[in-house]
Design a protein. Structure first.
Length: 155
């Protein structure tokens, strides 16, 4: 009986070990990245914050195709938008959907915070998924500056 229990315990331990190894091998490695975006002609800069497959890149940034609505939160008016962000760099194109809330502040300034999620990519960005958070400001001259951070991984 004791030999039988030892054999069952050994098989159970082996099953747990194999399951752990299998799930560790299938885990998707997430790489933390930062995206700095400006609307003044400088475009975007992608900077990897941890090691991984995604490399530094620069290029143009365009935004389009959004809806907007205004909500009131604690007496403050917030404009909610969901622009599609297209980053066309030297290594490929990354398309993401944003969900952001804009708040106007004095002197013609406005600030936003929100989230982003990868929709699709080409070149080095093909097969990537992920997303994160972002924040930015629009200056009185109309220039927008933003920083997005998050994680990218293969699908």
């Amino acid at each position: 009986m004791r030999t039988r229990l030892t054999a069952i315990a050994a098989l159970a331990a082996l099953a747990v070990t194999l399951t752990a190894v299998a799930s560790a091998g299938s885990a998707k490695a997430k790489q933390r990245v930062a995206l700095q975006v400006t609307s003044d002609g400088r475009g975007f800069v992608l900077t990897p914050l941890t090691s991984g497959a995604v490399k530094p890149d620069t290029g143009t940034a365009t935004f389009c195709c959004w809806t907007q609505r205004t909500i009131m939160r604690h007496g403050e008016s917030i404009e909610i938008n969901n622009p599609r962000m297209t980053l066309t760099g030297k290594l490929g194109t990354l398309v993401a959907r944003n969900k952001i809330g804009w708040i106007d502040v004095p002197d013609g300034l406005s600030v936003f915070t929100g989230s982003w999620k990868v929709v699709r990519g080409t070149g080095a960005y093909a097969g990537l998924a992920g997303g994160g958070r972002g924040a930015g400001v629009t200056l009185s001259d109309g220039t927008t500056k933003a920083q997005f951070q998050g994680f990218l991984h293969s699908k």
